[in-house]
Each structure stands twice: as structure tokens, then as C-alpha cells.
Write a protein that binds this ligand. Structure first.
Ligand code: ATP
Ligand code: MG
Length: 256
């Protein structure tokens, strides 16, 4: 028997419950791995401590991320099952607003079937070309031994900047060893991904993407190349992580 819970916007956990529902629906459709549900739970815990909102330091990181993506020669957006279930439409929106970018599928718990379903989901949202799915075109990342050591020779392999939200630490570190600039979204400021990326946005991906698209569009119109370079140069990732932890530590107890 299936149980249907009514979600309404006035509920204090509305957005969090909505995200859970998207993940569970994605899991039932075969887009999300069972382990992805657990990873989402780890993210939720940090989000709770953040107060489920975009902090000032995350806002700064989003703006700097938009600068790095705009200055990139060839930025690639790496997606997995959780990212697809939560925000396939906004990923397509970001890809459109960047113009010179591409999207690549990259699964930690790989199955051919899940990869195919994810690629079909992106096609439904208007993406005509998706990388990482043609076995003939995959090349190994020398540092990694799992099946995720493969990247697309026309996608991540050629990219100068890789946007990898909700990524595993081994993979992020391997991308750094390949001399890629790495931008991530990770609610855990202590994860290896958060610590080893060039720009870590400590916030929920669901809140980040609309703001990131807005910053890309604003900076494209109003900022010069030098303005964008200055933004990146003045950014200190570890300081951003410290500030996120500070917010979590000082969360107020809502009762006397
Ligand atoms: P690492 O491998 O980097 O040390 P980990 O093993 O703890 O981290 P992974 O499962 O490899 O975690 O990566 C998933 C990351 O995504 C986690 O740090 C989790 O907190 C984060 N995360 C999950 N859901 C979201 C979300 N909706 N928005 C942002 N971050 C999220
Ligand atoms: Mg990990």
C-alpha cells in the first residue's frame, strides 16, 4: 500500500520535505542510487544547522563561482543521480546561460541503466548533447581506480573549469591533480570535496542554482574581465568554510 502525504507551503519543513519527495521519486524511477538517499540525509543535517538558508559567505562564493565559470574557456557541469532528481531543469538553465559549457554524467554507483535514465531525463529538459555516456569516448583519470576513473575526452578531459556539485572527495582530488579548477556545492564544510575545491559553496544545491544563474547573467552584462579576475583573486576558500562552520556553531536554541 502506498502512503501519500499532502505537502503544503505553510509547513515549516515544506522545502525540505519537497526535496525528500523529489529524491524518493527519483529513486523509484531509477535515477537515484539507494546510497544517494543516505548522502542526501548527511546534507540535510548540515542544512538544518545552517538554518536552511543561504549564508552571506555562501552568497560570496556563488558570485565568485559565476566569475570563474564566465572566465572559463570550456566549463563542464558534472551531474549525478541526486543532482538530476533535485534540479535537472536548473542545471539545463545554467548550461544555457553559460553558452560555452557542457554537461557530463558521472556516477559513483555506476550502472548502465541509471546512466541511460539520467541522460533521458536531461533530454526531456531540452539538453541535446550529454557527455560521459559513449564508452568509445571515455578516457581514464590516472589517479583513480574505481569505474569513475573514466571521463569524456570531449567533456571533463578537455575542461579548464569543472562544476561538480555533491561530489565525492577522491574524485575532486583527482580533478585537482589533473590541474582542473574545481567549483563545488557541498553542505558539509568539512568534507574532502569542500576542503580540496577552489570554490566551495556551502549551501543546498536547490537554493544555489537559481542564484548562480542570476549572478552569471548579471556579471556577464555588468562586470569586465578584470573585475571577474579580481573577484577570484580576492576569494579565500578556507575562510569561507570557516565562516560556514561558525554559522553552524552559533545556531541559537529556539527555546529558553
Ligand atoms: P567526501 O568524500 O568529500 O569526504 P562524503 O564521503 O562525506 O564527502 P559524499 O557522499 O562523497 O560525502 O558526497 C556527497 C556530499 O554532498 C556530502 O558532503 C553531503 O553533505 C553533500 N550533499 C548532499 N545533499 C546535498 C544538497 N542537496 N546540497 C548540497 N550538498 C549536499
Ligand atoms: Mg565520499
Amino acid at each position: 500500500m502506498t502512503r501519500k502525504i499532502e505537502l503544503h507551503e505553510g509547513h515549516p519543513r515544506y522545502l525540505s520535505l519537497l526535496a525528500r519527495e523529489k529524491l524518493v521519486t527519483g529513486f523509484k524511477k531509477g535515477l537515484v542510487a539507494s546510497e544517494g538517499l543516505i548522502a542526501h540525509g548527511r546534507g540535510e543535517c548540515f542544512d538544518y544547522l545552517l538554518g536552511e538558508c543561504t549564508t552571506d559567505s555562501a552568497r560570496v562564493a556563488i558570485n565568485v563561482a559565476s566569475a570563474m565559470l564566465l572566465l572559463a574557456r570550456y566549463p563542464v557541469i558534472s551531474v549525478n543521480g541526486n543532482v538530476t532528481a533535485l534540479c535537472v531543469d536548473q542545471i539545463c538553465g545554467l548550461n544555457r546561460s553559460l553558452e560555452s559549457s557542457a554537461v557530463e554524467i558521472n556516477l559513483f554507483y555506476y550502472t548502465r541503466e541509471r546512466e541511460k535514465l539520467i541522460s533521458e531525463e536531461f533530454k526531456k529538459y531540452g539538453l541535446t548533447r550529454i557527455f560521459g555516456i559513449d564508452p568509445e569516448n571515455l578516457v581514464p583519470i590516472p589517479e583513480l581506480e574505481s569505474n569513475r576513473r573514466l571521463v569524456d575526452r570531449d567533456g571533463i578531459s578537455k575542461a579548464d573549469v569543472v562544476f561538480v556539485p555533491l561530489e565525492d572527495g577522491d574524485r575532486t582530488m583527482a580533478l585537482k591533480q589533473m590541474d582542473k579548477q574545481v567549483v563545488t556545492v557541498d553542505l558539509n564544510p568539512l568534507s574532502r570535496t569542500a576542503l580540496s575545491s577552489d570554490i566551495t559553496i556551502v549551501d543546498n544545491i536547490v537554493r544555489v542554482l537559481p542564484q548562480l544563474i542570476e549572478c552569471v547573467e548579471y556579471n556577464r552584462k555588468h562586470s569586465s574581465e578584470n573585475d571577474l579576475k579580481d573577484l577570484i583573486e580576492s576569494f579565500d576558500n578556507l575562510n569561507g568554510l570557516r565562516r560556514a562552520l561558525e554559522v553552524m556553531k552559533t545556531k541559537q536554541v529556539p527555546f529558553q
